[in-house]
Design a protein. Structure first.
Length: 630
């Protein structure tokens, strides 16, 4: 789904009727009583937004594989492969360790990524995007209410793309089935989902060091990227997973009592998930060093996780909402097909189980919203805690100010603690300290003036991968504090029918040189023409988009671990990325045409997504998003 998380329900116009008038819009619906405000999307946290079919510059930035704005990311040359980070974000919200191979998780749907729906009539969305050679990206969703209480939704995002470089094919599938039920008396609510995912990609190690000069000089012979001889052409990795999820709650108070101001809601959540990661190679390659097995490399890791949670929320109109919960987690992380190697000194599995106690407070009004939460592990073998709070204040109809503080302590992902492989150097077992994060940010939003965000992060015991003195990738931990400051400002303004959309971010790392490397400057600027045409039958946007990030020691990519690791030998960046685009909306269809990186041939070929992994050359991209309201 193409969602805009910044939508304000009270100010959103009827996007179906927009540009067509009230009389014509009803022809799009078989149910003439249905309004666009009735087509609801509910996220994991219960926040509700409306299906939005408008065409904006923000949606242009989201017409990609992730369906999200990738301002702080740079994709690899082939769609669906992976992304390199241009910034740092403390994304881990769980106290129990997360599964490793994080480079494969950009498009993996977590529990928080699944939305639920409530539709007055059947709703369909089709998203198509062209890729690089022999394939396509298609994201299809169908949602229907069998009655006013029960909705089911089925969706699948499928991708196949050959890519322009040898042995770099991607093939992914994200399947989701979800239900949303509300009883007639509005006391019982049920949300469930089943997710099955498979993210496959061929691996080639990037272009060889001896070919770098030919690539950067634009040697005619190598403008056909398939001519490059990569480090290997016999490997692939895959992340797959299945999850069953149930979340239900019951309101003990009588909802028909209009005098009642307090209510008590009890809830229960159950989640069971299996994740698998495997790296396959038909024969060992010196790229990864010596191996126990010179023929087939078949490394497998897996995580089975079970969650059972019970909780209660006491809601009051005057004081606010209070919530407490007790959560049981059980994790089993292990490896397959490696027992016969008899790797002495290393375990074959990690088992964690224990309880997490959590609490929350929420108070909101027309002017402000206060939110606070905490959680603490009471398990014997897993330590961790988190504390957070935020204040959201509407100064007036245009200006919103939000402040947030977050403190957390959690273990690194499982790849840092234990990893086993057929390659000798890729075997380790560690007992790292908890990573401690302290984060403060303040955000100012105004359509009239500008948007501004300031972040301060303090990180202790940061875990990372880098090469040791023997030139082998290994996990390390930086025990000192690392400080990061990020300052982002964005502003869109117009002159008649010409619009200027600008976003600039400055960031600085202290006490973490050689551990966390970030570009000091990230910028994206768009200038475009926007207007209705043909008696308002077409809404058009066309213009140029310019992206840039300053040179820095960009992280390298390890395809065996599917992790990025720190390198401090080659700076990458300083190259402009220019796109020309034409976007159009015809009824409920949005069309996107783009000449991507059209400047690649005349501003120099020194562009990379990671060391030895070139960024994309000039290409023509086409996409569309098509909604049906039946």
């Amino acid at each position: 789904m193409e969602l805009n998380n910044d939508i304000n329900l009270s100010g959103l116009s009827d996007s179906i009727r927009n540009n067509y008038g009230d009389q014509k819009s009803t022809r799009l619906l078989k149910n003439l009583d249905a309004k666009i405000e009735d087509y609801l999307i509910i996220n994991h946290y219960g926040d509700t937004i409306i299906v939005d079919t408008s065409l904006t510059i923000n949606k242009f930035h989201k017409i990609n594989y992730l369906r999200n704005d990738n301002f702080e990311l740079i994709p690899f040359s082939n769609t669906g492969h992976t992304y390199n980070n241009l910034s740092y974000n403390s994304t881990n919200s769980q106290l129990f360790p997360s599964f490793g191979s994080r480079a494969k998780h950009y498009s993996y749907m977590e529990i928080e990524d699944v939305n639920y729906y409530d539709m007055p009539t059947p709703f369909t969305e089709l998203m198509y995007r062209s890729v690089f050679e022999q394939g396509q990206l298609l994201d299809a969703l169908y949602s229907v209410n069998t009655n006013r209480q029960f909705n089911f939704t089925i969706s699948r995002k499928g991708l196949r793309s050959l890519g322009n470089y040898q042995h770099f094919l991607t093939s992914t599938s994200n399947f989701k089935f979800s239900t949303n039920y509300n009883s007639k008396n509005k006391r019982y609510k049920l949300r469930t989902h089943y997710v099955s995912q498979k993210l496959f990609a061929e691996q080639n190690g990037g272009i060889r060091d001896e070919d770098i000069l030919d690539f950067e000089n634009g040697t005619d012979q190598f403008l056909d990227r398939s001519v490059f001889d990569p480090y290997f052409e016999n490997a692939d990795n895959e992340l797959s997973g299945r999850r069953y999820y149930i979340d239900n709650s019951y309101n003990l108070s009588n909802q028909n009592d209009s005098i009642r101001t307090n209510s008590l809601v009890i809830g229960n959540t159950i989640s069971y998930e299996k994740r698998y990661y495997k790296f396959n190679q038909s024969s060992a390659n010196e790229y990864f060093g010596d191996s126990y097995n010179l023929s087939l490399i078949d490394d497998k890791s897996r995580l089975r996780s079970f969650l059972f949670k019970i909780g209660a929320d006491y809601k009051t109109k005057k004081i606010g909402d209070f919530g407490v919960s007790l959560e049981y987690n059980n994790h089993k992380y292990n490896f397959g097909n490696l027992d016969s190697l008899n790797i002495s000194g290393f375990s074959n599995s990690i088992k964690y189980d224990g309880m997490i106690f959590s609490g929350s407070y929420l108070k909101s009004s027309d002017k402000f919203k206060i939110n606070a939460n905490f959680s603490s592990s009471i398990a014997d073998n897993v330590s961790g805690n988190s504390l957070g709070g935020s204040l959201d204040y509407n100064l007036n109809e245009d200006i919103n100010i939000k402040g947030n503080i977050s403190l957390s302590s959690h273990q690194p992902n499982y790849n840092f603690s234990l990893f086993k492989s057929n390659y000798i150097s890729y075997n380790w077992e560690n007992n790292f300290e908890n990573i401690e994060n302290r984060e403060f940010n303040v955000e100012f939003k105004s359509n009239k003036y500008f948007n501004l965000r300031l972040d301060y992060l303090d990180i202790k015991n940061y875990a990372y991968f880098t090469k040791n003195n023997l030139n082998v990738v290994k996990p390390f931990q930086h025990l000192d504090n690392i400080n990061i400051i990020k300052f982002r400002v964005s502003r869109e303004f117009s002159i008649n029918k010409f619009f200027f959309d600008n976003q600039i971010q400055y960031q600085k790392v202290s006490n973490g040189t050689g551990v966390i490397n970030l570009p000091e400057l990230i910028a994206r600027n768009s200038i475009y023409f926007s207007s209705h045409l043909l008696d308002k039958a077409v809404f058009l946007q066309t213009g140029f988009s310019f992206s840039y990030f300053s040179k820095y020691y960009m992280n390298s990519y390890d395809p065996l671990l599917s992790e990025f690791y720190v390198q401090n030998s080659k700076k990458i960046g300083g190259f402009p990325l220019m796109d020309f685009f034409v976007n159009a909306k015809i009824q409920q269809t949005r069309l996107y045409f783009k000449l991507e990186h059209f400047n690649s041939s005349f501003t120099g070929y020194n562009f990379y997504s990671a060391p030895n992994y070139p960024y994309r050359d000039f290409s023509f991209r086409f996409g569309l998003v098509w909604n049906f309201f039946l």
